[in-house]
Design a protein around this ligand. Sequence first.
Ligand code: BG6
Length: 307
Amino acid sequence: MKLYQAVYTQLEPEDIVSLESFEIASALKFETNDKGVPFGIVDNDDCQAKFSLLGGHVCDYTPRGSEPLLFVSDSSNYALGKAIRGGIPVCFPWFGPAKDADGQTDETKPAHGIVRTQLWELLATNHTNAGTEVSLAFQHADFRVTNTVRFGNTLNLDFTIENLQDSEQRFELALHTYFSVGDATQIEIRGLEHTPFLDQLTGETHQGSGLPIRFSEETDRIYQGVVEAVKLHDPTKNRSTSVRSSGSGSTVIWNPWIAKSKRMADFGDTEYPRMVCIETANIGENSINLTAGESHTTEVSISTCEL
Ligand code: BG6
């Protein structure tokens, strides 16, 4: 199979093909930044978008006639070994801090897993009436993950995990989507009213409040339960964005607010009112248990319309 790897490749030279050979006239081209990070630039009839081989990451997505749907910090890194602060980072094979066999935090390992800071392979690109599709993959001794993204009038991600070990393994995952909003104090998140959640700030669990989520302080919650659609109601931008998923049992809602924003080096102190994260996830009790050779797909479809 032909595939692209920029550096540290273990492939034979004849297996490495240039990114240009994956370009699609009038839909997709590639560029590499001054730190050696490759990006795909999508410009088709339905949308403009950008993705990166760093982290198998969707950076930007703007459907025609709309403003950008995703938020990326002006302070974000775009360098090998660092996560991009915004867009859709892939958190895998664990969410949050790494835990050791006794469930204690393992400070020697990075938060949110190992794949968001690594270069992925580009497997394939394609263009149809439904949009421009790219398939990105990352392989480790224990697993192989593939993120197949379709940039059309909706943004679709199919994220597949394969267990490469000869024994059962449990994986956590979050497609950590940062949405761009007009004013976080004015938005509402709807669809999680009756879903129980863990408040990560207090460690307490709560039943659904029956009300949409509104923001007036740091918010960091893991909702546990299958939810087909979560809606982001944004009166300032006059739009409603829907996040539909399958194969996902958890949803994370996050806004760092004031103090945490100041603690994050790659996030502006005053950017928090312009974003909210709605993360399609499989965490804790809803993590994914795979027998040897088994695979699992989590799908998310993001679309927007005017209010
Ligand atoms: C969210 C977590 O998913 O990601 C938060 O719920 C965390 O607790 C946030 O602060 C950002 O994490 P990181 O590792 O990208 O700074």
